[in-house]
Design a protein around this ligand. Structure first.
Ligand SMILES: Cc1cc2nc3c(=O)[nH]c(=O)nc-3n(C[C@H](O)[C@H](O)[C@H](O)COP(=O)(O)OP(=O)(O)OC[C@H]3O[C@@H](n4cnc5c(N)ncnc54)[C@H](O)[C@@H]3O)c2cc1C
Length: 548
C-alpha cells in the first residue's frame, strides 16, 4: 500500500484539501476585495546550499537536500510563505533520526563539543518559529524524533501510560483505545504533532477545558541533555522542592530533549453529547461560559465565536435548501442580529452528561440563547481537523490568513477582545489594506478564558510577510497592554521571545537563562527559541521565526 505523503510547503496530506464554498468567497470578497495569489514553487526548484561540515554523527543522519528542506522550518505564516515561494533563507546542515534516549545524549554531547546548534523536532507544526533555522545559528542539526515512537508501558492500576516523545496524536489514541483508555489531548494539529512537542510547547487541545491541558496530563518526563539523562519519575504528588516537571513543560527544547513522558490517561467515556447554541451577544455568551466553569458541571468543549466569526462560519457552511432557509430565519431574528455561536460538548456517564446538559440549558436560556440542536456540533466534530487546510486554498486565492491566541481573567476578557480587534484593524488601515478579524473563546477556566483570533487580508505580492508582521506586532502589543498572555498555547518560539520579559519579568528570564546554562552549558539547544539570542532586544524587533 502507498504511504500517504505530507505536504512539504503547506498543511497536511497531499491528497487532502478543504473546499471554500462560493458563499465564503463572496463573504471575503465583499470585505477584503481581491488580493494577489501566492506563487507556488516546485520542490526541486528550491535552491538548497551545500551543508557545512559537522562532527561524526550516527548512521541515522541525512544530509540530503530534500530532508534539509523539509526540516528547515515549521508551519508559521512566514514559514509557509517562504516555502511556497521557494525562498527559505536557511537550512539545517543535517537531520539526525535517533533511535534511543542514549543516542540522543550522545548526539547532544558531540554537538556541544563541536558548537553545533541542535533543533529538537517532533511533528514540526510549530507556528511560532520553534523549529525554524534562524540567523546566527552557525552549523545546525535537526534532531527529528520520528523514530522514537509508540507506547513504552502502561500502568493500568494508576492510569499512567509511558509514551516515546515522537509519538503522534492518532498513534497515542490508537494505542490506548483497545485498552478502553484515552489521553483526550486533541490540538487542531493532532494528526501531525507529537507527545514531546505538546509537552515542550505546553499545548492545549479541543477538549482541554474538560480533560486538562498537557500541563495537567504530564506525570513524569525523561529529558536528554548534553550532560546526560535527567529523569523526573511519575509521582501522584510530592513536596520534594519546586515542581521541576512543570519547568520541563513549556521549555521548548531549551532545557533538553524530552525522550519519554508518563501521561495521565483515563477510561474512554461511556457517552458523549454536544450541541450548538445561539446567544444574542458576545457578552451574553461570555457569561454562559463563566457560569458553567464556575458552577459546573464543566463541559469538555466550550467554544464561543464572536459575531464576525459566527458570520464567517455561516458563510463557510453550505446547507441544503430547507436547512439553509431555517438557519436564515433564526439568524434574521432581531435579537440575534449580533448573535454568537456557542458549541458545548460533555462526556461521561449517561446520567452525568444528561444532568450537565440540563444545567447548561438553564444558563443559556437565562442569557436569552436558543439551542440549534446537534447538527452544528456534529459537523464541527467531523471537520475540525480539516480547517487548517483552508490556509493553503485561501493563499492561492489571494487572501492571507493567520491566527494568534491569548488568555486573560474574566474581568478583563471583553476589554482585551476589543483592544486586539481594534489594534489589528488600525494597523491594517495605516498600511492601506482591509482586514477581517474573527475570534472565539477556545478554552475556558474557572478564572478566565483564552481568545483565539483569526485575521484575513488581501495579499500584496512580495509584501505578504511585512503585511502579516504589521498585524501581528499590533496584536502582540495590544495583548500585553491589556493584561493578556503573549501565548495561551502556541508557545513562545522565536516569534514571541522578545515579549517574554514583559510578561514574566527580568527575574523570570534570568532564572530561565541560568537553568538553561546549567543543563546546556555550551548553549547548543535551540538557540533563540523561548529566550532571545541577545539578552534584551525589546519588543521592537519581533521576528516571524527570524532573529537578527
Ligand atoms: C494547523 C495547526 C493547528 C494547531 N493547533 C494547535 C492547538 O489546537 N493547540 C496547540 O496547543 N497548538 C496548536 N498548534 C501548534 C503546534 O501544533 C503545537 O505547538 C504542538 O504542540 C507542536 O508539536 P510538534 O510535535 O509539532 O512540535 P514541533 O513543532 O516539532 O516543536 C515545537 C517546539 O518544541 C520543541 N520540541 C519538539 N519536540 C521536542 C522534544 N521531544 N523535546 C524537547 N523539545 C521539543 C521544538 O524544538 C520546538 O521549539 C497548531 C499548529 C498548526 C500548524
Amino acid at each position: 500500500m502507498q504511504q500517504r505523503q505530507r505536504r512539504w510547503n503547506g498543511w497536511g496530506w497531499v491528497d487532502e484539501s478543504a473546499p471554500v464554498p462560493a458563499s465564503a468567497r463572496a463573504w471575503l470578497a465583499e470585505r477584503l476585495g481581491k488580493g494577489d495569489a501566492l506563487t507556488v514553487v516546485a520542490e526541486q526548484d528550491v535552491r538548497v546550499p551545500p551543508p557545512r561540515p559537522l562532527p561524526a554523527l550516527p548512521a541515522t543522519t541525512s544530509q540530503a537536500s530534500g530532508d534539509r528542506l523539509r526540516h528547515a522550518c515549521g508551519c508559521s505564516f512566514p514559514d509557509v510563505v517562504k516555502l511556497r515561494t521557494g525562498a527559505p533563507e536557511r537550512f539545517p546542515d543535517a537531520v539526525c533520526y535517533p533511535e534511543s534516549s542514549e543516542q540522543v545524549v550522545a548526539v547532544l554531547r558531540s554537538a556541544a563539543e563541536a558548537g553545533v546548534a541542535v533543533i529538537p523536532r517532533g511533528g514540526g507544526t510549530s507556528v511560532v518559529g520553534g523549529v525554524t533555522v534562524t540567523a546566527g545559528s552557525g552549523p545546525t542539526l535537526v534532531l527529528a524524533l520520528d523514530r522514537l515512537r509508540g507506547l513504552a508501558s502502561l500502568d493500568r492500576a494508576s492510569l499512567l501510560a509511558v509514551f516515546r516523545a515522537g509519538t503522534l496524536g492518532p498513534e497515542v489514541e490508537a494505542a490506548l483505545g483497545p485498552c478502553g483508555l484515552r489521553l483526550g489531548h486533541e490540538p487542531q494539529s493532532f494528526e501531525f504533532s507529537s507527545v514531546g512537542g505538546w509537552i515542550a510547547t505546553r499545548s492545549a487541545g479541543h477538549r482541554s477545558t474538560g480533560v486538562g491541558r498537557i500541563d495537567d496530563l504530564v506525570a513524569g518526563v525523561d529529558v536528554a541533555t548534553p550532560e546526560g539523562m535527567w529523569r523526573l519519575p511519575a509521582q501522584p504528588a510530592s513536596a520534594a522542592g519546586p515542581e521541576l516537571r512543570r519547568l520541563v513543560v513549556g521549555s521548548e527544547g531549551r532545557l533538553g530533549v524530552i525522550t519519554e513522558a508518563t501521561l495521565r490517561v483515563q477510561p474512554l467515556p461511556e457517552h458523549r453529547d454536544g450541541l450548538a447554541v445561539l446567544v444574542p451577544s458576545w457578552s451574553a455568551g461570555g457569561e454562559v461560559c463563566r457560569t458553567l466553569l464556575q458552577r459546573g458541571p464543566v463541559p469538555e468543549v466550550v467554544r464561543l465565536s464572536d459575531p464576525d466569526e459566527t458570520g464567517f462560519g455561516v458563510a463557510l457552511t453550505e446547507l441544503p435548501g430547507l436547512a439553509a432557509r431555517a438557519r436564515d430565519l433564526v439568524f434574521g431574528v432581531k435579537r440575534f442580529r449580533h448573535g454568537c455561536l456557542l458549541l458545548l460538548e460533555w462526556a461521561g456517564g449517561l446520567q452525568e452528561v444528561s444532568l450537565a446538559r440540563q444545567t447548561a440549558a438553564a444558563a443559556w436560556r437565562d442569557a436569552g440563547g436558543i439551542s440549534l440542536g446537534r447538527t452544528g456540533w456534529r459537523r464541527w466534530l467531523a471537520e475540525r481537523f480539516r480547517h487548517p487546510y483552508l490556509r493553503d486554498v485561501l493563499l492561492t486565492a489571494g487572501w492571507g490568513i493567520d491566527t494568534l491566541e491569548t488568555a486573560a481573567c474574566w474581568s478583563s476578557l471583553a476589554l482585551l477582545h476589543g483592544a486586539v480587534r481594534d489594534s489589528i484593524a488600525a494597523a491594517a488601515r495605516n498600511a492601506g489594506f482591509p482586514v477581517a478579524v474573527l475570534c472565539h473563546v477556545s478554552h475556558a477556566y474557572r478564572d478566565g478564558a483564552s481568545l483565539y483570533f483569526t485575521f484575513l487580508w488581501p495579499l500584496r505580492r512580495d509584501a505578504e510577510i511585512s503585511q502579516w508582521q504589521a498585524l501581528k506586532n499590533a496584536a502582540s502589543g495590544a495583548i500585553l497592554d491589556h493584561g493578556g498572555t503573549i501565548t495561551h498555547h502556541h508557545g513562545v518560539g522565536t516569534m514571541h521571545a522578545p515579549y517574554l520579559e514583559r510578561e514574566i519579568g527580568t527575574e523570570g528570564v534570568a532564572a530561565l537563562r541560568t537553568l538553561a546554562a546549567a543543563l546546556d552549558p555550551h548553549g547548543v539547544l535551540n538557540p533563540g527559541v523561548l529566550l532571545s539570542r541577545t539578552p534584551d532586544p525589546g519588543p521592537r524587533s519581533p521576528g516571524g521565526g527570524e532573529e537578527g
